[in-house]
Design a protein around this ligand. Structure first.
Ligand SMILES: Cc1ncc(C[n+]2csc(CCOP(=O)(O)OP(=O)(O)O)c2C)c(N)n1
Length: 391
């Protein structure tokens, strides 16, 4: 291929990149127009959600990359530092670098000029691709990330795409061109139902610990992702197993990681998420509606509080019904449960598409110790167990 966009496709393919999560920047619209034809594209609604989905794909043994604007790097800093780096997940970040080359927009210049220093402060290795001739550096960047088990950022100057016919197409032409859109229709997705949007009055019988115990009574070979903080500690206390992925940071990404895991491999995936987490990243519910597969269950353990930080109330107490929110995001297969017998019925019900179990719980934390494993050790034993048929 002659164009720089085509050359980049070739390089990514040659290095095994299979999934590409995207959130558009006008400067890379030419490259974005090629993505659906060559990769499994995962269009995002927030970059941090993409970090979680790609982390799940990496844990599943896949090779994702993420195309974002450098403004989106700003949205993802916590998640790069407290998920990708500490769990040693080598995500390739392809960043459209605004603000430094022929930039007319002052708003872009402010963050753009600081972007390399932000990456340095984070300790994320980065590569600058200034011209078409520099594109070969992308291959080195991918391999460097894999070798060092670190995310690696590639900053693309708009100069790279200058003069390319693909990048000068009008936005209108691109939007109507074939092949755009989602590459992965989820397996077994239910026909979308019309939600009733009636918030149900709260009833909560169990604490989070008791809810986790009830859920884990049913576990049978599923990979389980648990929310940051006390939920992970409680899961460890209820039943530690290599197939548990304990989150120790990146609040909001439990469901996102579950989505990536389920897209990347065949084992069933359960997510133990929380109301504070889902309210921080409701974009995960949008992704669940778009990409969730039939072998993915999200248990939203809703204690109407930020339990891990002292049980401060969240708006699910009296205003927001997470089941309705999930339905509004296109997740049709939802259940509301309050106790072990309703949970049993929900798990036994015929299931089509990703399942969302809204588990209403009481506030309160069990007195359990920290998870005595490093993030790197959690990721390592989890990845081995995922592909071990005996687990
Ligand atoms: C970005 C960010 N903001 C705040 C925190 C602090 N924090 C850690 S856990 C948590 C509460 C999470 O609440 P929820 O998801 O409902 O889980 P629960 O502990 O109630 O089960 C908060 C606010 C954080 N870790 N990261």
């Amino acid at each position: 291929m002659e164009t720089p966009e085509g050359r980049l496709v070739e390089i990514l393919q040659a290095h095994g990149i299979d999934f590409v999560a995207t959130l558009p920047c006008e400067k890379v619209k030419g490259f974005l127009s090629l993505v659906p034809q060559h990769f499994h594209e995962l269009p995002l609604t927030r970059e941090a959600d993409g970090i979680g989905i790609c982390a799940g794909l990496l844990l599943a043994g896949r090779h994702p990359a993420m195309v974002v604007q450098n403004t989106g790097l700003g949205n993802s800093i916590t998640d790069i530092a407290s998920l990708l780096q500490v769990y040693r997940l080598p995500l390739t970040l392809l960043i459209s670098w605004r603000g430094v080359y022929k930039e007319a927009i002052e708003v872009q210049r402010n963050l753009g000029t600081k972007t390399p220093r932000l990456l340095e402060a984070l300790g994320v290795p980065y590569t600058i691709v200034e011209t078409k001739e520099d594109l070969k550096k992308v291959a080195v960047a991918i391999e460097d990330g894999r070798r060092g088990r670190t995310p690696h950022a590639v900053l693309f100057s708009p100069q790279v795409w200058e003069g390319s016919p693909l990048s000068s197409l009008s936005v209108e032409t691109q939007a109507s061109s074939p092949g755009q859109g989602r590459a992965l229709p989820p397996k077994g997705r239910a026909d979308q139902q019309v939600p009733s949007f009636q918030r149900q009055p709260r009833r909560a019988d169990l604490t989070r610990y008791e809810a986790i115990r009830a859920i884990m009574d049913h576990v049978d070979g599923q990979a389980v992702v648990s929310n940051i903080g006390i939920p992970s500690k409680e899961l460890f206390a209820v039943r530690d197993r290599p197939l548990n992925f304990y989150m120790l940071g990146s609040l909001g990404l439990a469901t996102s990681i579950g989505i990536g895991l389920s897209l990347g491999q065949e084992r069933e995936v359960w997510v133990l998420d929380g109301d504070g987490s889902l309210l921080m990243n409701p974009n995960a519910l949008i992704s669940l509606g778009l990409y969730g597969r039939g072998d993915l269950t999200v248990f939203a353990i809703d204690n109407a509080s930020y339990g891990s930080t002292g049980d401060q109330a969240t708006p699910t107490l009296d205003r927001i019904d997470l089941e309705l929110l999930a339905q509004a995001c296109g997740v049709g297969n939802t259940h509301k449960v309050h106790d072990a017998s309703e949970l049993r019925a929900a798990l036994a019900a015929p299931s089509e598409g990703p399942r969302f179990v809204h588990f209403l719980a009481r506030p309160g934390n069990a007195a359990v110790p920290n998870v005595p494993l490093s993030p790197g050790a959690i990721a390592e034993r989890f990845m081995v167990a995922l592909h071990d048929k005996r687990e």
